[in-house]
Design a protein around this ligand. Sequence first.
Ligand code: PRT
Ligand code: ZN
Length: 283
Amino acid sequence: MLRIAIQAKGRLNEECLALLADAGIVMSGGNRKLIAHAKGFPMDVLYLRDDDIPQAVAMGVADIGIVGLNEVAEKGEDVDVAMKLGFGACRISLAVPRDADYNGLEWFNNRRIATSYPRILRRFIDENNIKAEIHEIAGSVEVAPAVGMADAIFDIVSSGGTLIQNGLVEVEQVFASEAVLVANKNLDEEKLGEIDKLKFRFSSILDSRGMKYVLMNIPQDRIAAAVALLPGMKSPTLMPLSEEGWYSMHVVIPQDELWEKIEKLKGLGAEDILVLALENIIR
Ligand code: PRT
Ligand code: ZN
């Protein structure tokens, strides 16, 4: 039976639970316990701090885990990154005070940079031959320049609001992160098979997120033009209507292209367009 480590509370917890629930996996007892047994998949769930997940997986305390790629890179534990999960997106960036005379990476020479990600920062400044001083601090990195603890920071950014509030500007995006599924490197065939099943469920959910199922009625002589508008899944499904010369066409369209495509389809003569939510795409 697999054991998965997920964040007990914090930014990744809810989306982890939502992904597992969409995959038909639910836990009893909430996250107040350290470990819970899952229903819907032979699996135990271990609730940990995100910082501890890479090590727990590397040591085999958990077989797999869901954690930010930033933590995997920072901890340097030897785990397999099995799959990107499409949530928890952020970047780790260098930021300097708004009024700094920033003129490129050389600016950081002989400056002090505060961060909770010293390992990723060390690699970046060494690769770029920058001689900066790294100050490791555990939290509230963004206030370090204002209180005189550092000249710049290297921290997680998502909307950028925290930087603005603290009078900082992002000058170099160094590391792109999102939540990933990590796996221990020495698992037996049986566990690897179970992980494949889990990955299959996850990818069918991720593929369907942001997609809509669209049905419309369309004159036969417009079908070719409509198909040309809709690249993506093989060819659309077509069913003849009882009215001569008309078809019902079924397609899957990414949410962010939906209205643009619908306007064009209407322009081509499509009618009675239905847009439905899509739960899973099983390939
Ligand atoms: O208790 P535990 O140790 O488990 O949690 P934690 O407090 O260490 O981590 P948590 O829950 O804050 O974040 C977990 C993971 O979420 C991170 O490791 C990232 O992979 C991911 N993530 C995504 C983020 C953000 N977005 C994010 N915006 N983690 C932190 N932030 C913080 C950032 O540190 C900064 O203070 O949000 C602020 C910046 O946000 P913006 O939107 O103002 O730019
Ligand atoms: Zn943490």
